[in-house]
Design a protein around this ligand. Structure first.
Ligand SMILES: [Zn+2]
Length: 104
């Protein structure tokens, strides 16, 4: 078991898990319910974590995650309307569904 990804928002971790599962990599989310379902940020020590079960899959998993992150161009962003943190790959705020603006 190896930790490959962590993020304050549960959906971001779930998203990465789904992509790894699609590639046939067994993984599991820990601290799944630590972060508030309504999107409050959890303290860093209880961020949801994504663990790869088989050590042999770790390298591929890390490469997939890296590719994903760079594809998403850049960085997480804060919604100008409700202030929520969104993953870089989102083009709409997950909380209030407002479209991302260029300056965000
Ligand atoms: Zn918002």
């Amino acid at each position: 078991m190896k930790l490959v990804y962590t993020h304050p928002h549960h959906f971001a971790v779930t998203n990465v898990r789904n992509r790894l599962m699609q590639r046939g990599i067994d993984c599991e989310v820990r601290n799944e319910f630590a972060a508030g379902a309504l999107g409050e940020l959890a303290p860093i020590d209880v961020w949801p974590e994504l663990w790869v079960i088989d050590e042999r899959d770790v390298e591929l998993a890390q490469r997939l995650i890296e590719a994903d992150q760079s594809q998403a161009e850049g960085r997480d962003w804060y919604c100008g309307q409700c202030g929520e943190l969104n993953a870089a790959s989102f083009d709409h705020c997950w909380a209030c569904e407002r479209e991302r603006r260029l300056e965000e």
